[in-house]
Design a protein around this ligand. Structure first.
Ligand code: AMP
Length: 293
């Protein structure tokens, strides 16, 4: 129901705009860090299809970046982002400054013991603490009926769901499929960092995961064998360094002794200086079915 995109830069502006719009009905919310691509746009479209009011935030959240990570270099593409949001059907964009989100500096944090430190959390200490904290604050400010997250960041979906359940947040958390380039590479704002040869190497991440799935489809149920099959593809790709390949339970992110039930086959690699992640969420029974986290 877009008749133009309203821009809010402060909590107060957001509150005033939403006060008006809430009478239209349910509010959908898509939190992002900007540098928007078709993956983000698919979330906005999903929200706009289901909800009369769609709110998107663009905030490069300092507390989820480690000291040696790319906070300063993170791509910022302001004007193009606003056009993308208008086309995808957003009604409101919230563009807060760090001072607006952390008026007293970051002090109060949310953590989930035993989940925040798995998979990407192991190599990015404090990352999910920053993610959960900012997502909770944004959910409080926007107070949507439903918030939309991408399956590409499956661990994020799992920890956000857990947070909302454990802390009695009243919001529904919905996940949406990963949008990929024609060669399989998951769309990501960080793909902009890839040089031409790195870009050629990058699709091996999805190819590796797909090889793992193929093994499962062939009847393999030993997680070690499946993980090895994925790692073999990544390891023989020039310029690609494997950070981890793991097969974990989709709910608690713990390694599984046997490949069955709802699983996440997830990997993180470095291509040149760029860290890329991808995953497949799978229901493994007699057969193998792709599912959403
Ligand atoms: P980001 O701006 O990277 O923090 O991402 C904002 C939201 O977009 C998160 O919920 C991501 O999971 C989601 N997202 C990022 N890339 C994709 C993609 N390729 N397909 C679907 N969702 C995505």
């Amino acid at each position: 129901m877009s008749d133009g995109l309203a821009v809010a830069r402060t909590r107060e502006e957001l509150r005033r705009i939403l006060l008006d719009l809430r009478s239209r009905g349910a509010v959908g919310f898509v939190p992002t860090m900007g540098a928007l691509h078709k993956g983000h746009a698919s979330l906005v479209r999903a929200a706009a299809e289901e909800c009369p009011v769609t709110v998107v935030s663009i905030f490069v959240n300092p507390t989820q970046f480690g000291p040696n990570e790319d906070f300063d270099a993170y791509p910022r593409t302001g004007e193009a982002d606003l056009r993308t949001l208008e086309r995808a059907g957003a009604d409101v964009v919230f563009l807060p400054s760090p001072e607006e989100v952390y008026p007293e500096g970051p002090r109060a944090f949310i953590e989930i013991e035993g989940l925040s430190d798995r998979l990407c959390g192991a190599s990015r200490p404090g990352h999910f603490r920053g993610v959960l904290t900012v997502v909770w604050k944004l959910l409080e400010l926007v107070d949507p009926d439903t918030a939309y997250f991408g399956a590409k960041d499956a661990q994020q979906v799992v920890v956000v769901r857990r947070m909302v359940a454990d802390l009695f947040g009243p919001w529904e958390i919905r996940s949406c499929p990963t949008v990929r380039e024609p060669d399989g590479l998951a769309m990501s704002s960080r793909n902009a960092y890839l040089g031409p040869e790195e870009r050629t190497a990058a699709p091996a991440l999805f190819r590796g995961l797909t090889e793992g799935r193929r093994r499962l489809e062939g009847g393999e149920r030993d997680p070690g064998v499946v993980v090895e099959a994925v790692a073999a593809v990544l390891d023989r790709t020039p310029r690609m360094e494997t950070e981890y390949v793991q097969m974990v339970d989709l709910r608690d992110l713990r390694p599984v002794p046997r490949a069955e039930g709802d699983l996440l086959l997830a990997a993180a690699v470095r291509v040149g200086g760029t860290r890329l992640i991808d995953n497949l969420a799978l229901r493994v029974g007699e057969g193998v079915e792709g599912i959403l986290p």
